[in-house]
Design a protein around this ligand. Structure first.
Ligand SMILES: NC(=O)c1ccc[n+]([C@@H]2O[C@H](COP(=O)([O-])OP(=O)(O)OC[C@H]3O[C@@H](n4cnc5c(N)ncnc54)[C@H](OP(=O)(O)O)[C@@H]3O)[C@@H](O)[C@H]2O)c1
Length: 277
């Protein structure tokens, strides 16, 4: 049976494991956190996983990692160097390290864990409900069999898109961080509805249902421009709103925002490279 160790299981690690275990509840999953309070909270979300904390057992990470086929690294980027160094005695060339950290380059992970096959992934939080988007960039030492097993495991959490590592910053800009842009637009629309006299509860309910409907339509017809044009009658209400968005620079705002996230990902790679030493 495939064994997964999840070292650092917070928002993102939990989202991924939830999606993976919903798809394949029989997997052997060991998950760790720093504090025992977080471990306890995680137990109710992941009843089929063995959960331990470093606070209760300083060896928890190494114990979870020993003998695992895949080690998911879900600690914050700045903790990656310390965490991987601490895991070193538990690593073997057969164990694949899977890093989800934004802004930690594969080359730095290779320096931290020489001889370990490494996969850099970039997931997003809808992975928890099986609707994530997960970029997958294996290094040259990952066997095809391991890459395809990992892809199959992650498919429980959403759409898996293999890509070269060099595409990860752009992917982070549109997808890893992108979920939050839709939340921001929803917040702005709710505020606008309230300003026009709707109750906050009604505005929220309608915006959330509208976002859900729009998402589902795009899944059926993945061409947002044609969907937009199909609801933009000349002289109508939708076109009045869309012209306002476009005249106010929505395309350049989105371009600048996505570029800011991608640039920040590269900056973080440089900062974290310095901490790897
Ligand atoms: N959140 C996102 O949308 C997102 C998207 C893409 C990628 N990522 C990446 O995912 C990673 C995790 O982010 P997150 O948002 O999930 O952060 P988070 O919620 O803070 O989770 C971090 C986890 O690491 C645990 N931890 C801290 N020190 C540890 C140690 N020494 N040993 C074992 N576990 C330890 C924490 O435990 P305690 O709770 O006990 O402190 C917590 O469970 C980051 O590298 C981030 O770049 C996140």
């Amino acid at each position: 049976m495939t064994i997964i160790a999840s070292i650092g299981t917070g928002n993102m690690g939990r989202a991924l494991l939830t999606g993976i275990l919903d798809h394949d509840p029989g997997l052997d999953v060991r998950a760790t956190t720093n504090s025992s309070a977080s471990a306890q909270a995680l137990s109710s979300d992941l009843p089929n996983a063995a959960i331990t904390s470093v606070e209760e057992d300083p060896e928890a990470n190494r114990k979870a990692a020993t003998g695992a086929d895949f080690i998911f690294l879900g600690v914050k980027p700045w903790m990656m160097a310390e965490t991987v160094r601490d895991l070193a005695p538990a690593l073997s060339p057969d164990t694949v390290l899977v890093s989800m950290a934004a802004g930690v380059a594969t080359a730095d992970l290779q320096r931290l864990a020489p001889g370990s096959p490494i996969v850099r992934i970039m997931p997003n939080t809808p992975s928890a409900i099986g609707h994530g988007v997960i970029a997958l960039a294996p290094d040259d030492s990952v066997t095809e069999a391991n890459a395809s097993t990992l892809q199959e495991l992650l498919s429980g959490a959403g759409l898996v898109v293999p890509m070269p590592e060099s595409d990860i910053p752009a992917m982070t800009g549109i997808s890893g961080s992108g979920v939050a842009y839709f939340f921001l637009l929803a917040e702005a629309m709710i505020d606008a509805g309230v300003k026009l006299g709707l109750s906050e509860e009604t505005a929220k309910q309608m915006v959330v249902a509208t976002a859900d409907g729009a998402g589902r339509l795009m899944t059926h017809n993945p061409d947002p421009a044609s969907l937009r044009k199909s609801v933009s009658s000349k002289g109508g209400t939708t076109l009045a709103a869309l012209d306002t968005f476009i005249d106010s620079g929505i395309f350049s705002i989105a371009e600048a925002a996505v570029k800011a996230a991608a640039d920040r990902s590269l900056e973080m790679e440089a900062e974290n490279a310095a901490s790897v030493g």
